[in-house]
Design a protein around this ligand. Structure first.
Ligand code: TYM
Length: 329
């Protein structure tokens, strides 16, 4: 059974990109591997500085992950800041990655440029070292993520190779796994940019907890083009291609089959909205039920934390031994 690990930040509401790009695969893959899923609250610190916010968002995200179908008896769902091994290994990772490698990360360049008038923390720059620690601590073979995380998994592999070369075989080299449809869900108002929590406006983002009327409205107002041919062509028809991808990922039907069913943009937009509603409505209902019992949610997280801690502690010790740090006295 492969060891699978993937994580998500509690930086606000979960959107359709997170769901179709990552969470669907987490849920469908939970019986095919030994799976670990982290709520990475320390990563969220790179962009959130409001007191009291991250904890609440962490609990809500846990409820949403269970509502999406992660089974706490099968999947290990944990909170990053509760497992101190993450930050300890992150320092070792920082000493194994170069300034040049971190400077080439497109996510850092994008995010720091967007925050030009705001505080840009050193954590935003060293973020990939913490992400490498998240992955390598669990000896992950596979990391199911959306397309935007490709570079982060590549740098994790580079760090692991360098560490293993310096100190002897210690870490497993992970491989990114991307879904066939939904790996890159684009903003409905700007279909050349990925759907992202850091977008300047919410109008092109569909959240899992949006009500049905808002979801329909957002799809009806999706930006397309002045032509009227339904065709899958990302370069020339990014809006239509995005709708076809979302419809395909939500219904399981291949894009090729869907293209031939539509001759008008209006029908494609409303059917895509309906297909998304059919997917998210039951999740929203289950989320609301789970949020009624916060004690139970905390109990489920404590079980996940303990399982995660047991694995992480062994790997960190292995890294210490490989480096030859003086054993604890
Ligand atoms: P985050 O929290 O931004 O996103 C969580 C997951 O959602 C995917 N995703 C998308 N997929 C398709 N289309 C989109 N528009 C879209 N937007 C987001 C992401 O690819 C991701 O799989 N750095 C990570 C969190 C992280 C992590 C890790 C992931 C920290 N440590 C270890 C995997 C393994 C992030 O910011 O994801």
């Amino acid at each position: 059974m492969p060891r699978v690990l993937s994580c998500i930040q509690p930086t606000g509401s979960v959107h359709l990109g997170n769901y179709l790009g990552a969470l669907v695969n987490w849920v469908s893959g939970q019986h095919d591997g030994d799976v670990f899923h982290g709520i990475v609250d320390l990563h969220a610190l790179t962009v959130i500085d409001t007191p009291g916010l991250i904890g609440t968002q962490t609990l809500e995200l846990a409820a949403l992950l269970f509502a999406c179908g992660l089974d706490p008896d099968v999947a290990t769902v944990f909170v990053q800041s509760h497992i101190h091994e993450h930050t300890e290994l992150a320092w070792i990772m920082e000493c194994t990655v170069s300034f040049g490698e971190l400077s080439r990360m497109t996510q850092f360049k994008d995010k720091s440029a967007r925050r030009e008038a705001e505080f840009v923390s050193a954590g935003l720059f060293t973020y990939p070292a913490l992400q490498a620690a998240d992955i390598l601590l669990y000896d992950a073979d596979e990391v199911p993520v959306g397309d935007d995380q490709r570079q982060h998994i590549e740098i994790t592999r580079d760090i692991a190779v360098r560490f293993n070369h310096r100190f002897g075989d210690t870490f497993i080299l992970p491989k990114a796994v991307h879904p066939k449809a939904g790996a890159r869900v684009m903003d409905l108002q700007d279909p050349t940019s990925k759907m992202s929590k850091s977008a300047t406006s919410d109008s092109g983002l569909v959240y899992l907890l949006d009500d049905n009327a808002s979801i329909s409205r957002k799809f009806k107002r999706a930006v397309t083009d002045s032509d009227s041919e339904v065709k899958y062509d990302i370069a020339n028809k990014p809006g239509i291609s995005n709708l076809l991808d979302i419809l395909s990922a939500s219904t399981g039907k291949p894009v090729g089959e869907l293209v031939s069913q539509y001759s008008q943009y209006g029908a494609l937009k409303s059917d895509t909205g309906d297909a998304v509603i059919a997917v998210v409505e039951p999740i929203r209902t289950r989320f609301q039920e789970l949020m009624q019992d916060k004690g139970e949610l905390a109990r489920l997280l404590s079980i996940g934390n303990e399982r995660a801690r047991n694995v992480a502690a062994v790997t960190l010790q292995r890294a210490h031994n490989a480096i030859g740090l003086l054993p604890r006295i």
